[in-house]
Every structure is written in structure tokens, then in C-alpha cells.
Design a protein around this ligand. Sequence first.
Ligand code: NAP
Length: 287
Amino acid sequence: MTRRIAIIGYPLKHSISPRFQQAALDFYKLDVRYEAWERAPSQLAEAVDHLRLPDCLGANVTIPHKEAMLSLVDETDEKARRIGAINTVVKDPVKLTGYNTDAPGFLQALGAEKFDIRGKRALLLGAGGVARAVVYALVDGGAASLVLLNRTPERAHALASAVREDASLSGQTVAVSVSPWEERLQGNLLNTCQLIVNCTSIGMKHSPDEGRSPLDGALIPKGALVFDLVYNPVDTPLLVAAKRAGAKTLGGLAMLVYQGALSFELWTGKKAPLDVIFKAAREALNG
Ligand code: NAP
């Protein structure tokens, strides 16, 4: 019997996960098909029922379902519960368990760049779904302080409060502050940070903010690593500006690949073929 793994999201037409996940499954000659299930929020519960069919092994979960999935699975891994979002569901043998591989995928991408977050100060732009995973990853990675900026300040404050509470419960010492969104255009603030992460969709292809950078290139500190989670286009306006400023840069493709590789390992129990996945992901973006 051909088995199935799905990605559930809405909309899904720009997702490249089907391309690189299928390449990884084919690398091992597994009789598994990776399918795109474009489902609106009102269809999510039905999609989860479908996952319970004998031929389904699990799923990736993406915008806008990552939070709603928490109440639909049978069990949630501790990390996903802390983050408040599920991006991977594994069925074993009939029980659905939710995981979050965005946070470890982010840390793996940083690690591959030989960037050690321990004791460092990071600035995050955005407070949406992926920012939540990034903030928890940075706390677990040992960041000394985090400053959050978001267009809608209430979301940044809510995220900061949740992270402070979580950190104090787990005995981690990290200073978390919120600054006004306009302060991203202040060199003084940027200069205090060794890592700057764009967790907004500004610069993303096919979005209203395509072609835009969230930062003024002239103010980007030379000594910082600028990590843009946007992966399409590969060279985002922010990364182009950061390179021009002399900063180190990292694009979102690495995190996308590492989170996908971790999901693959959860479903299959096999080591993800990273070279195959990177190649298929790059081809999908270029084609
Ligand atoms: P989300 O939950 O919808 O959050 C979007 C964030 O972007 C919010 O903070 C929002 O601010 C902000 N934003 C959107 N348009 C803006 C604008 N014009 N000006 C200022 N802020 C704006 O989305 P998400 O899931 O966090 O994803 C965010 C980005 O990360 C997307 O581009 C996505 O493709 C990328 N991503 C990459 C990976 C990866 O593996 N590389 C993984 C997940 C996501 P408000 O709160 O004010 O609305």
C-alpha cells in the first residue's frame, strides 16, 4: 500500500515542501507520496480525521493552522506545547502526536553558520507564528537578551510576557524587552545586537511587501549576522542591503530545509538526505 504524508495549509500554492520532501522520500525509494492538502480553517478538523486513515503517516502543518492543530492531535510534544504551535504531526501507530521542528531547525541553521547564540543579544522583527518558535529557540540556545519589535505592539508584548514566564519556570535567565516598531530605523538600537532576525513577511515574493526591506541598509551594523526567514526570493531586499553594509547574512532556506529534515526523520526514522533536500528546494525556488 502506498502511504501518504500531507502538508496542510491555506493557501498552499507557493509551498516548496512537497518538492523537497518527495525528493527525500524517493532517495530512500520509500513507497510514500507527499501531498498538498489546501484546507481552509473550517476544513481543518476533517483533514485531521483524514490523517487517521491507515495509509497516512503524518503531516506538516503551516499557515494558518499551526496553533489550531494543538487542540486536534492526541498528544503534544513538550517543545510544541511551550511554543504554542505544531508544524509536524506523526501518527504512531494510530495516535497523532504534534511536534514543532521550526525551533530546532532555526538553531541548526545558525549552528551551520558557526554562529553561537550563547551570551548574545538578538533583535527580532515580527511577533507572528514563526517569531514564537524563534524566540523559544533563542532562549533555549542561551541568548542573553532579546528585543522584540512588531508593527502591532500588543503581539510583541504578549510574546515577551509568555517567554519571560516560560524562562523563569525553566530557570533560564534571559532579558526580554519590547521596543517600538519605528525603532528598527534607529542605528543605536541595532548596534547593540549581534543577531538580527526578520520574522515578518516583508520582502516575500507574491506578498504586498515584495521588494521591500524592513531595515534601512545604511543602519545595519557590520558586525551583526542578519538572518532573514523569508526564503523566496533567496536574495531578499534585506539580505542584499545587509551584504552591502558588510554584515554576515543568512537566508530562510536553511531553516526551511532543516525543519523539513527533522520532520522527515520523525515520520520515517531515517536520516534526512540533506544534500538531496537542499538541491530539490533550490530547484523548486528557481523553477
Ligand atoms: P504570521 O504569523 O502571519 O506573522 C507575520 C508577521 O509579519 C507579523 O509579525 C506581522 O506583523 C508582520 N508583518 C506582515 N506584514 C507587515 C508589514 N507590512 N509591516 C510590518 N510588519 C508586517 O506569519 P509567520 O508564519 O510568522 O511567517 C512570517 C514569515 O516567515 C513569512 O514570510 C514566512 O514565509 C517566513 N517563514 C519562514 C520559515 C523558514 O523556515 N524559513 C518558517 C516559517 C515562516 P503584525 O503582527 O503587525 O501583523
